[in-house]
Design a protein around this ligand. Structure first.
Ligand SMILES: Nc1ncnc2c1ncn2[C@@H]1O[C@H](COP(=O)(O)OP(=O)(O)OP(=O)(O)O)[C@@H](O)[C@H]1O
Ligand SMILES: [Zn+2]
Length: 814
């Protein structure tokens, strides 16, 4: 047998499968998706098996054998291997990069896996045992615990036996991952199928043993020995006595590192749906039941109860023995969100996000692999959850830019979801109050096959909050220099009086605090990057957010020696200071990058706010989304339009989305809400339509702009960025690229190559950056041409270490 392997050398020359012999003893272990160690030149490299074949085109004499198999179960399913190919072709990255993106980071760092016996080796696990089973058991028993690879090495030809014993629970596995708490095992009691049948066998002098049987009659399924002992106030020997009689079994089982250990999630049951929810749910349910692939765009206003629809659709999917993935933006993967899913589906939920430790993340992933979890909820990369029978994929807040990965593979989770769902004949639900224009376009006849579902009113017909636009120029004219307009000030005062709560959003994207000299206009900027330095109060320093360069805040201007140099701009800290000055005694929770780095800090702040230990929740984007607090009746957006001035064709869309989302935090329950939007551009259609909750109006205007400007969704984009220390070489290469691409794309209708021009961020870490933009329409094979053209420059690229990075469907144009 032969295997085609993609090896871990992310370079053009090695970006193809290499053939290896699968040696006889490894046949049971090697499958498509296996991670293997293979000889490559002088070294042994890691790789993934992407295909198995009976024969090879190359002569066997030239081929080398696979040396090791690194995991007992392949970490990738054949479907994911296929998806990896799709990712690498669609987003133009080496296949190995795409494959690695789909497995947990722990597999790349140092980790060890150990096994030990789970219980009495004579326990009948239902396996048909060959003599080698007993040999292996005896070996493990003699050592206490054995490193898995050492065991596999020793019993090289009996991999199948080890596998059997692990899956039947005779052996139990636990791993050590660098920088993580080690996994544990715990003694667990396995009850008989019909516990009460044995009651008669227990002599009357052992009433406690009878209690155990009665307990299991009410609580079927295994339970930790320690828990059972504590619950029934009995001693462990009572249970052991039952085990000796062969009525229960006690075994050591693996305990996963659980990021939510010790947390109790109140069990919730399905709410009775509103008419709108019911209509939407009906459509999704039908599609899940029929196992037909479909993509639904669920546009539901804030507070319309989208989450309840998701939950019930997932239930439907689970009832059909199929699995579900839920993607939420990293920033809104709040405990509140997790609680809703764990509360409904309990332990069947695996949670995956970047704030978990590597070990926790690995264990959540393993729960999915071992089919102990049926629902995966997580940020972008949870789309790669290794399920094999997906029925439903939900993407909440589908318009969020964080669904696009900014480093290679530069995939969009929405499109990866659709690609997976097709294979599984699964339904996709894209939910948002403010869907992206791309998705809306795909519900039109011209644009695609998505189906639009909508929920236009809030649950129980609660009104959407009234939104007031405040023109900050008028405030200045009237002599108010504060960052709070008069109307917002009044509204805050009133809420404090009524003991209601307030959310304040300071949109800081493109609005950081910088240091400027008032005398000469000098702005402190990074010596390595073309960007101004950001002021950090804690260390009185200024820093570059691209390369990390830092220096002390200057006290005299380096350019004119004036002492009138100071920091400008509004940071959350300054807002907090001003709030305390204006409203003495006000209790403020500030949530931004600085206050949420610590693990669990998000949860802490939000819980405090929920328990009304604060009046104001002040923060950046992270306070705008998903939060659902009954006492919030006032929302203020302090610098609503700071995004509008960024050189990006999506800036109006982003402004509209953010304003709509943050306004949606107010008045979600019995108390009605009110919103103030402070802006310097009150006439802008994104601000006006957000204030009327009028998505349709915004859409009409924005779609027209995009059509005239020739921007997505009316075309697709590929952004190619070149970078190098030497400007001349860089410009020359970029120009060659553009002229070659124009030449080869000459006959492609609707393809347009723009540039090269200097990137908006023209230098990062001393490397100059140039970019070119390719516009094309759906069918055109632009990606292939871009790849070919880039390949034709391979010599220059490797000789001078020039970088060409390609971003298909870019979300950030910097
Ligand atoms: N059928 C229902 N009956 C009663 N209450 C409901 C029902 N459906 C949802 N709710 C409640 O309505 C509130 C808003 O629902 P939810 O948070 O799901 O809205 P959403 O559409 O996701 O809004 P957003 O886009 O702002 O996150 C929640 O408190 C939820 O528990
Ligand atoms: Zn820098």
């Amino acid at each position: 047998m032969y295997a085609k392997v993609i090896v871990d050398v992310p370079a053009k020359q090695t970006d193809r499968p290499f053939d290896y012999i699968v040696p006889e003893p490894l046949r049971d272990w090697v499958a498509v998706g296996s991670r293997v160690g293979v000889p490559f030149g002088p070294r042994v490299l890691q790789g993934f098996v992407v295909e198995l074949q009976e024969s090879s085109d190359l002569s066997a004499a030239k081929l080398k054998p696979i040396e090791q198999v690194l995991d007992l179960y392949p970490p990738l399913t054949p479907e994911l291997v296929e998806l990896g190919r799709w990712l690498s072709e669609t987003y133009l990255c080496p296949y190995i990069i795409a494959l690695q993106a789909m497995v947990p980071g722990a597999l790349k760092s140092k980790y060890e896996r150990h096994v030990k016996l789970s219980g009495d080796p004579s326990y009948d696990d239902g396996l048909f045992r060959l003599p080698v089973y007993d040999e292996i058991i005896a070996f493990v028993q003699s050592k206490g615990s054995v490193e898995l690879n050492a065991l596999l090495e020793k019993y090289r030809s009996s991999g199948a036996a080890v596998k059997d014993m692990l899956s039947s629970g005779t052996l139990v596995e636990f791993q050590f991952i660098k920088g993580s708490a080690p996994a544990k095992t715990a003694l667990t009691v396995f009850p008989p199928e019909q516990p009460l049948q044995y009651v008669e066998q227990i002599p009357a002098r052992s009433p406690k043993q009878r209690d155990v049987l009665h307990y299991f009659a009410d609580h079927p399924g295994p339970v930790k020995l320690s828990e059972l002992v504590a619950q029934l106030k009995i001693s462990a020997s009572t249970v052991k006595g039952l085990a000796e009689k062969g009525i229960v079994a006690i075994k050591e089982v693996e305990i996963f590192r659980d990021p939510y250990a010790g947390r109790h999630f109140q069990k919730t049951s399905p709410l009775s749906l509103t008419d709108e929810q019911q209509a939407v749910f009906g459509e999704i349910k039908e599609s899940v039941a029929d196992q037909r692939h479909a993509v639904f765009l669920l546009q539901g206003v804030t507070g319309s109860g989208k989450t309840e629809v998701y939950l019930q659709a997932i239930q439907q999917c689970l009832d059909m023995q199929r699995e579900a993935i839920v993607l939420v933006p990293e920033i809104s993967l709040t405990p509140q969100m997790v609680e809703r899913f764990k509360g409904r589906f309990g332990d069947e939920v695996a949670v995956m996000h970047s704030r978990l430790s590597q070990g926790e993340r690995y264990d959540e992933w393993r729960k999915i692999m071992l089919k102990q979890a049926k629902v995966a909820i997580g940020a972008r990369s949870a789309i790669f959850a290794p399920f094999s029978n997906i029925g439903l994929i939900i993407i909440d807040e589908e318009h969020e830019t964080s669904y696009k990965q900014e480093e290679s593979p530069k995939y969009h989770a929405r499109d990866a979801a659709i690609a997976r769902a097709r294979k599984h004949r699964a339904a996709v639900v894209l939910g948002s109050a403010t869907p992206s224009l791309e998705s809306v376009y795909r519900t039109t006849e011209e644009g695609g096959y998505f189906r639009l579902l909508s929920m236009k009113s809030r649950v129980e017909n609660r009104p959407l909050p009234k939104v007031n636009i405040v023109d900050m120029r008028d405030q200045l004219k009237a002599g108010n220099r504060s960052m709070f307009s008069r109307p917002l000030y009044k509204a805050i005062e009133e809420r404090l009086h009524k003991k209601e709560q307030i959310v304040l959003l300071l949109n800081r994207r493109g609005y950081s605090t910088f240091v400027m000299c008032r005398t000469c206009g000098y702005v402190a900027s990074c010596p390595h990057c073309d960007i101004s330095l950001t002021y950090h109060q804690q260390a009185h320093s200024v820093r570059c957010h691209y390369c990390g360069y830092a220096e002390r805040e200057p006290v005299v201007c380096p350019s004119c020696q004036s002492e009138h140099i100071r920091h400008f701009g509004t940071g959350t800290q300054r807002v907090e200071e001003e709030l305390s000055k204006l409203f003495p005694g006000i209790r403020v929770i500030r949530m931004d990058m600085d206050t949420t780095t610590e693990k669990g800090s998000h949860e802490k702040w939000l819980n405090m706010f929920k328990n009304r230990q604060a009046d104001v929740l002040l923060g950046t984007q992270m306070v705008a989304k998903g939060l659902d607090f009954p006492y919030v009746t006032l929302v203020g957006a302090l610098a609503a339009d700071s995004v509008l001035n960024l050189p990006d064709f999506r800036s109006a869309e982003r402004t509209f989305q953010l304003l709509t989302q943050v306004a949606g935090r107010a008045g979600r329950h019995e108390l009605p809400g009110e919103v103030f939007v402070q802006t310097y551009t009150p006439e802008h259609y994104s601000v006006i339509s957000a204030s009327h909750h009028d998505y349709a109006a915004f859409m009409r205007e924005e779609m027209a702009m995009r059509r005239t400007g020739g921007y997505p969704p009316y075309c697709r984009l590929i952004l190619v960025t070149f970078s190098h220390e030497q400007l001349q070489l860089l410009v020359r290469t970029a120009e060659t690229f553009v002229s070659r691409l124009k030449e080869s794309g000459r006959d492609v209708p609707g393809m347009d190559v723009l540039g090269p021009v200097a990137s908006p961020l023209a230098r990062i870490k001393d490397r100059y950056r140039f970019q070119c933009m390719i516009k094309y329409r759906g069918g055109a094979d632009a990606a292939r041409l871009v790849r070919q053209t880039a390949d034709s420059l391979q010599d220059t690229v490797s000789k001078h270490k020039l970088q060409i990075s390609v971003d298909v469907d870019p979300q950030l144009l910097m």
